[in-house]
Design a protein around this ligand. Structure first.
Ligand SMILES: [Cu+2]
Length: 325
């Protein structure tokens, strides 16, 4: 239990298990900052179906040069691999579970057969440790989506079981294009005394580290572009606990899509901050108006620190856009 976490004699044992730290003994691999998350996974084609193999496991994952979390990963990375498909594709995703507990995967926002939807105990038996499940559906929608665990969600998603699902529209003219395309997957972590607990919005369970695509600033990416170019940022609320007001410096962006749905041109609007809640997606297009270093960051100050400490101007949920003239 994290020190200070609210617990009394009535706290059920199952709840305490869900709040417990990842046991270091379960770690099957350890990765440094040279290994990225959100790596695009190419499918193999079987009878016209795009087939992806996903495998869950417990890993040690670097979020900063000197900070590693114990995470629940998919294909050895946090976030899990990016699945990039086209509207109309038939896809099959074979999920094998190498976690010490059962799991499932939910395809957030998609219209699909009920038994492919993923909620444990509701639409399918949980996938036991060592077991597997075959998800198969036709992607009828397009836009920015994601997938995540739907078994012990409070624990497993908070420990890293999620990934981006990007679906290109069948008709290329339906794509809202920009010169650069950058996905931002948000996450909150709780590290205490070398152990990683699932962060939760409750006393004692509050996060002390925050990551974008599995890294905390200053270890997040730098986006490089030129004056006049446009940048499409796809914010994904892959996190569990907070609504993150995501802000971009250097002038407003246009909000062009929400939850995978393009906003009609007449209804698009300018803003400089969007509140990205758990599960939500916002696609925004920002233009580099002036040269220099412009920030993308969460506007909750604590979420731009690493264990309450600022380094190189911040921490956590920050990305630099480096604009050259
Ligand atoms: Cu935040």
């Amino acid at each position: 239990m994290p020190p200070g976490m609210i617990m009394d004699r009535d706290t059920p044992a199952a709840a305490m298990l869900d709040m417990a730290a990842v046991h270091p003994r379960e770690i099957s691999a350890s990765y440094g900052l040279e290994v990225r998350g959100d790596r695009r996974l190419e499918p193999r084609i079987e009878g016209g179906v795009k087939v992806f193999d996903l495998e869950t496991s417990v890993i040690r994952w670097a979020i900063l040069p000197d900070v590693r979390v114990d995470a629940y990963a998919i294909n050895g990375q946090v976030p899990g691999p990016r699945l990039h498909i086209r509207q109309g594709d038939r896809v099959r995703i074979n999920v094998t579970n190498r976690l010490p507990e059962s799991t499932t995967i939910h395809w957030h926002g998609l219209i699909l057969p009920n038994e492919m939807d993923g909620p444990a105990e509701i639409t399918q038996e949980p996938i036991p440790p060592g077991g597997s499940y075959r998800y198969e559906f036709t992607a009828g929608q397009s836009g920015t989506y994601f997938y995540h665990s739907h078994d012990h969600v409070d624990r497993q998603q908070a420990l890293g079981l999620y990934g981006a699902l990007i679906i290109d529209p069948a008709a290329p003219q339906d794509e809202i294009t920009a010169d650069h395309d950058y996905v931002i997957q948000l996450q909150e972590w709780l590290m205490r005394e070398g152990l990683t607990f699932p962060a939760m919005p409750m006393d004692g369970g509050q996060p002390n580290y925050f990551t974008i695509n599995g890294r905390a600033y200053p270890s997040t990416d730098t986006i490089r572009m030129k004056v006049g170019e446009t940048l499409k940022v796809r914010f994904i609320g892959t996190n569990n606990g907070f609504i993150h007001p995501m802000h971009i410096h250097g002038g407003p962006f246009e909000v062009v899509a929400r939850d995978g749905e393009n906003i009609p041109e007449s209804a698009r609007f300018l803003a400089d901050t969007v509140n990205v809640g758990p599960g939500q997606r916002y696609d925004v297009v920002w233009q580099a108006r002036r040269p220099g270093k412009w920030l993308i960051h969460c506007h909750i100050g604590h979420h731009t620190t690493n264990n309450n400490v600022e380094e190189k101007g911040g921490g956590g949920l920050m990305v630099v856009i480096d604009v050259q003239s």
